[in-house]
Each structure stands twice: as structure tokens, then as C-alpha cells.
Design a protein around this ligand. Sequence first.
Ligand code: FES
Ligand code: FE
Length: 398
Amino acid sequence: MKSENSISKLIKGYKPGYSLEQAFYKNPDLYKKEIENIFHKHWILAGHISQIPEVGDFFLFEFANESIIVTRSKDGSIKALLNVCRHRGSRVCLEDKGNAKAFTCPYHAWSFDLDGKLIAARYMNDDFDKSENGLHRAHVELAGGLIFISLAEHPLSLSQMQDDLADVFDQFGFDNMKLAIQKTYPINANWKLANENYQECYHCAPSHKDFAKIHAMALNPAKFDQQKETFLKTSESNIRTKPSSFYFDLAKDGQEGYQYDRNPLIKGMMSGSKGGKPVAPLLGKLEKYECAASEFMVGPVTFFLIYDDHMLGYRFLPTSLDECICDLFWFVRGDAVEGKDYDLETLTWLWHETILDDEKIIIDNKKGVDSHFYKPGKLSDMEAMEQHFLDWYIKSIS
Ligand code: FES
Ligand code: FE
């Protein structure tokens, strides 16, 4: 009761236009509420179908206290099974990826098939009903080859996003991409500080020297607006430039939030790489480099940046109140061959560097927010998306 009171007091004291009070980052009960109201409710990127091409292939998708086995079942469909044994709760699968015919719990050896059905339970009485004791399943939805998972009993709908962005998925060849590499970056800060940092490019010029050489959005707002206007006027591309803004508090009732936009890169920059040079074969229906990149987000913690020749995915997940991870996914065209069409070091260079910059500024931010003297500070106009995130966040925990 006391804790509920302190959370509602905190929410009542929230001032739009300012950063959050320190207690939003420190309260363990609030963290529990966030897990329940946000991470158990919204769609999150789990991975990509190219990670599990064969029947029985699987990988674990994990955050906070949860572990989910994402696997390809016998009929070729993707299943998400809660990695919690229906006997006494042990983790069933301990490998983070692999191939299995069935999942056998290491504790007392109950065995589950690739659909999560209980197929063997040693020495249980005759009246024990195996059909009632399968692994719990999470909802799965694909967008192209991207695998999204929702732990909600009744998940938000992705139908608006799927209909609206069907042309984008087609133009960039979402059905024909593959995951080139995924890297995980642990960050010693509350997940919101990492997610908030991703919502604004106010920090890009001072904090990301390499990124700022490539992306026009790191320029001052007037210059960026001018470059964007010229880009929109002169673009003859078949790639969609029309934005869709249904993110965070702008999402329609019952629908998952999402966003799409296309922005120019700095003149002459063709990709998100050293010197803006091409790093992989052009994606989908692109016939030439357009010196632009598209942004796409689904739900509150999954973001994509689509260059003409590769796509980056980002996912921010809490691991505890004070720690989170940022997962980066690099996607290339499905038929691109490593070593011939792309090289992992060249492909990953810019965003590996950029996320290390981000990790540093997020941790420095956390140190300041932890101070006795920290007070919420005024947001700039360049932090409009951060404002949407905060407004949505407050609603989500209220
Ligand atoms: Fe899994 Fe007992 S906890 S078989
Ligand atoms: Fe950044």
C-alpha cells in the first residue's frame, strides 16, 4: 500500500517537458510494474527466421526473469515456448541456441515436443493428464522474417502496422533478408535511460563523431529541415518517403505502436559505414544508392534503421532494476555471402562504435541521475520523441 502510494505520488508529480525524477529509476516496485505493464504486454523483437532455418532449431530470448524458447516446429511454423517446466518450474532448456528433437527438463526429465506438448513424464500416476501440462506458449507474429513475441494473454494488434507498412516490407525485401550477426551490449543503467537516449538525436553531434559524419539528422534542426525538404522534393525513388507516426502515446487503441520515416544522409554518404561507403548488396527493390535511410519501430523497445544495403535492429531489454542490455542485429540481403559480398567488421563498424559511445553517455547519465543533487531538467525541441516516450510511459504505469 505504502509503495503504491509512493508510485502514484511520483506519477502525480510528473511534469511534461522535463526529464523524470530520480525515483523513477530506483524504485523496485515500479520496476515490477514496468515488467508487467510494458514488457509482458507489448510486442518485442525476438529474432529472425534465418536464425532457425531447420525443424528443431531454437534460440533463447531472455529478459528480466523471463526465458523463452523460440523454435521451428515440425510443420515449419515458429513457436515461442516459456522456458519454465510445468513440473516444478525448472528452466527446461539451458543452451542459448541449438537444434533439438524435443526439450527435456534437466531436473526430473519431463520431455516436451517442439510445440511445447508434454510427451513424457516419468512414473506419474495414471490419472495425470499430460495434455494439461504442456509448456506455456507466447504469441508470435512475423513481419517479413522478423520474429515478434508478446507475452500478453490478449496481445495488442499488429494489423495496422502490417497493413500500413506492407509496401515498405516489400520495397526493402523483408522476406528475403538474413541476420548477418547479433551482438549484445550490457549497460549498467536502468533500461529507460538507454531507451530514452535512443529517442533523441540532440546528443548525436556532441556524442557521436562518426555517426554525425553520415546522418543529416545530427545537423542543427534548421539545416536538417532544409536537407529533408530538398530530399523529399527530389527523391524519384520507389522507396516510401511518407511517414507513419503511431508510436508511443500516438498508437491507436488496441493497436501496437509503430513508426516509419525516411531521412536523407549527408550528401555523398551511401550507407552507415566508414566514409559512407557501400558495405553489402542493395536491399530489396533498390536499384541504386539513394543517400538516405529509413527508420522503423515496433512497440516501445524495438527499433530499426534501414540503410540501402543493410538494416540494423536495436532492442533494449531490462535485466534488473539497474542493468539492461542493448542488442544490435545486422541484417543483409538473404543471398549475400559473407567474405564475398560483405565483411562483418566493415558491416558492423559504425554501429559498434556508436553503441559504445551510447553506453558511455548512458552510464554517465545514470551517475548524474543517482546524485542527491539531480533534479528533472528541461527538454529541448529536439527531444520531441523522448517527450512522447515519457508521456506514454507515465500512462503505461498509471
Ligand atoms: Fe522439470 Fe521436474 S522441474 S521435470
Ligand atoms: Fe546515440
